[in-house]
Design a protein around this ligand. Sequence first.
Ligand SMILES: *Cc1c(COP(=O)(O)O)cnc(C)c1O
Length: 352
Amino acid sequence: MSKIHNFSAGPSILPKEAIQACVEGIQNFAGTGLSLLEVSHRGKEFVKVVEDTQAIIKELMDIPEGYEILFLGGGASMQFITVAYNLLENKGAYLKTGVWAANAAKEAKHFGTVEIIASSEDRNYCYIPKNYTIPTDADYFHCTSNNTIYGSQMQSFPDSPVTMVCDMSSDILSRKVDVSKFGLIYAGAQKNMGPAGVTVVIVRKDILGKVSRQIPSMMDYAVHIKSESMFNTPPVFPIYAMLQNLKWVKQQGGVEGMQKRAKARAELLYSEIDNNPLFKGTVDKEDRSQMNVCFLLTDDSLTDKFNAAWKAAGISGIVGHRSVGGYRASMYNALPLESVEALVNVMKTFNS
Ligand SMILES: *Cc1c(COP(=O)(O)O)cnc(C)c1O
């Protein structure tokens, strides 16, 4: 089988080394002679997997003291609810930069007032709003670091006067971030960290315990912290697979290594989009995402020809989200530059 270039938006590409390690763990987990899929999550071998995964995330992201790392089910979408459940007493301030940000704000409304402090909906989310003011009477400010569907990315984070909460699902570990600026970071694993099924929550303990409502145990960060992310059966296999991927990230130079790879991929593809008259980008240049690159053909009549050419080159997963159309190349941590070169080569040659 010839090489497949996997640009899937999520679940998405994992390094073959991580997949191989998963195969081994499924067959014989940590020398137990049993499959990872059939042992207790409270056995010492799996407890070590959880501890090792927390330790490697702490190291890779340079997480300061005072933060806890949780591995929860329910996807990033569950965190839209859990964040507000735990933090929203009076008002949450939301930056509306796309569908995920809008969904987060919508769920928070179940718990109190939601103020959209800025939105880029007026131009179909093709930019990141600037010059907004975060109200000091909000319980927290919520933002989405990378707009997976529309392909825009926050290039920097504001100095928030209130607790900053960030959905980093689609760019976590792809660039250096000062974790101390945030009270809470969450990320569904299936884009940059591992397979679907686990969501990483990095939470500073001192922001918790301030709302007056009763929180059901499964929704309460404090309960999960107290039981070391083992309140109920955690997503055992996704955590194990994530650890294998994070070991690979570390071997590749950690976040700095991922940042270099992301920059090289993005420069190559955006430069082709900007220099090839057959294509155009959909996002304001200064806000372009290094992870999800959205683009259109300038001449729709070439659609069939272009589609046939990238399919023939083994390229997979670049059809745009239904709300944007065109193409979206998702270039998460594990994607090699070689795959972007293959796509650029098709873009250069398909109409000649
Ligand atoms: C994919 C994605 C989500 C949704 O994640 P689920 O795990 O499917 O709930 C939320 N936010 C962002 C930024 C995403 O990219």
